[in-house]
Design a protein around this ligand. Structure first.
Ligand code: C2E
Ligand code: CA
Ligand code: CA
Length: 527
């Protein structure tokens, strides 16, 4: 029992914790994923604009370097430069450079500007100057020089396409030298690592650093985003998933606890109820369809739960079977019958009581002894009793068949209950020693409809008649069903149409009235 409780507790904890944990994990993962994707998109944005600048720079340089050097700064050369300037969206200006001096330019004509020495020179002799002031000392420019041609780029333009995000650093750098170009914020140290990988997001402290590299030019770009900085999307997801996880977890655990509690306590509850004498029997009339006379009743067990929720018999019977206490319930049922039956038999000596036996009862070696013992003690004749066994109790056919044979040899009737709902075939029946076949209410209720089921009902009846079995139709609720069953020459009927399961006193009253020659119309006494 202790182990069971530990297992249950563990199960509940795991059930409750798993979805919550999964939700948190998923939310965290979602947040990280979306931050990483975001950082990569920012770095790509910077790189794309740098590449466009590069494309425009190369086009411009091609055209400018094609000018003969003596013509470059003439009005003719300046006209070419202005045209190029107009066509290049990323270049603020283009110019002609000698040494470290821009001799002329598209924006200032022949006014020279001292550019100072280059900050970096690439392998292809492209010269980079990262911090050049031209007219306005507040406006920093980058000047990239290919041959004699210079392209002037406003430092902020490249990155102006990227939103201002708190804590974001973004920049472009030379891949081979790692020299920084356009920059917002600070360059994380990792950018200087020699084994830097493109299209990768590095986690550095509380930063996600995305690195991308151009396939065309010797440039790379980075974007460094603080972790949790772009959390709005991720935290929204977390805000949905975590509570959902909690709710699902709670529902699952409640369900589990409920099921486990009922399962675990059912055998205990049944034992207690047996001790406290909390079971009784109701009797449902069985009538002879040929003349409408009340000839028998099926004993159906009930559990008095006081104010507690009623538990339907098939539920607790199944639980008792599973828990291995069904024989206790069957014994009590027989005791209750033994107490009720003599008074009934006083009124109607040939009355037949049908009782339900479970599969386990049919497999119990000492069951016959117990039944005959009860009958003898109560002074009930064997022919007053019919044992109902469901098709499901035929699991161990040989065993069940032997039990049935013994009952019949002792004069007790045997019926197959709920026929048609189990898995036994009709040919099975021929091998069993039985007296009655109870057709399940499913078939009775399909009669008169044009479903396939109603065809089956007819065939079951035919076949039972071939085997000389008596037929009891269960679950008759309407006069029409009764009419159809009578037409099919079915022997007996049982169902709400004739009466619901009733206390033994009501049953005796009906039998007295029948004995006294009254035309008992059972359907009027339905409880
Ligand atoms: P069952 O043996 O098939 O019993 C017939 C069930 O059908 C009864 O339900 C009865 O109330 C119901 N019934 C009768 N006429 C009609 C009708 O016209 N329409 C409908 N819809 N239902 C009708 P109940 O009493 O709830 O019993 C349910 C099951 O519990 C029984 O099915 C039987 O398998 C089991 N059971 C009841 N008492 C005992 C018992 O003492 N021992 C064992 N092992 N099982 C029992
Ligand atoms: Ca039955
Ligand atoms: Ca039945």
């Amino acid at each position: 029992m202790k182990r069971l409780i530990v297992i249950i507790a563990l199960g509940v904890c795991v059930t409750a914790a798993l979805p919550i944990f999964a939700a948190i994990k998923l939310a965290g993962q979602q947040q990280t994923d979306s931050e990483q994707r975001y950082a990569l998109s920012l770095a790509r944005n910077a790189l794309v604009h740098s590449e466009i600048s590069g494309d425009q720079l190369y086009t411009a340089a091609g055209a400018i370097n094609a000018l003969p050097s003596e013509k470059a700064c003439t009005p003719e050369g300046l006209a070419v430069m202005r045209k190029i300037d107009l066509e290049s969206s990323m270049l603020q200006a283009v110019g002609w450079v000698e040494g470290n001096v821009m001799r002329c330019s598209s924006f200032a004509g022949n006014q020279p500007f001292d550019l100072g020495p280059p900050d970096a020179v690439s392998q292809s002799h492209t010269r980079f100057r990262n911090n050049v002031t031209l007219i306005d000392p507040q406006q920093p420019y980058m000047v990239t020089q290919i041959g004699a041609a210079a392209g002037v780029l406003h430092k902020n333009l490249l990155l102006s396409f990227i939103d201002e995000i708190p804590g974001l650093s973004v920049g472009v750098f030379s891949w081979s030298s790692r020299a920084p170009g356009a920059l917002r914020g600070t360059v994380p140290d990792i950018v200087r690592r020699p084994d830097l990988m493109a299209d990768t997001v590095y986690r550095v402290g509380d930063l996600q650093v995305a690195i991308v590299r151009s396939e065309k030019y010797d440039i790379g770009a980075f974007a460094a985003l603080p972790v949790g900085g772009s959390a709005s999307y991720a935290s929204r997801i977390a805000g949905i998933l975590v509570p959902l996880g909690v709710i699902v977890g709670l529902i699952l655990s409640a369900l589990l606890i409920h099921i486990v509690r009922i399962r675990a306590s059912m055998p205990m509850m049944i034992r207690t109820a047996l001790k406290q004498d909390r079971f009784h029997l109701l009797y449902q009339p069985v009538v002879d369809l040929a003349n409408g006379r009340l000839v028998g009743a099926e004993a159906l067990i009930r559990w008095d739960r006081g104010s507690g929720n009623p538990i339907p018999p098939d539920r607790f019977i199944a639980a008792a079977e599973e828990a291995g206490v069904i024989h206790l319930v069957t014994s009590r049922m027989l005791e209750l019958l033994a107490a009720d039956a003599p008074d009934v038999l006083n009124i109607a000596p040939d009355f037949r009581f049908a009782v339900n036996f479970s599969a386990l009862d049919m497999h119990r070696p000492e069951v016959l002894e117990e039944v005959t013992g009860v009958l003898q003690q109560a002074g009930i004749a064997a022919h007053n009793l019919v044992i109902e066994a469901t098709e499901r109790s035929l699991v161990d056919v040989d065993r069940a068949r032997e039990t049935m044979r013994q009952f019949r040899a002792a004069g007790i009737g045997v019926a197959i209950d709920d026929f048609g709902t189990g898995y036994s075939s009709l040919s099975y029946l021929a091998r069993l020693e039985i007296d009655y076949l109870k057709i399940d209410k499913l078939f009775v209720q399909s009669l008169g409809t044009d479903s396939a089921t109603s065809q089956v009902a007819g065939r079951i009846i035919d076949m039972a008649q071939d085997l000389n079995l008596m037929i009891v139709a269960e679950g008759i609720e309407t006069a029409e069903q009764e009419r159809l069953l009578k037409a099919l020459k079915v022997d007996y009927g049982q169902g709400y149409y004739y009466g619901r399961p009733m206390p033994v006193d009501d049953l005796m009253q009906l039998l007295r009235r029948q004995r006294d020659g009254e035309n008992v119309r059972l359907k009027l006494v339905a409880a």
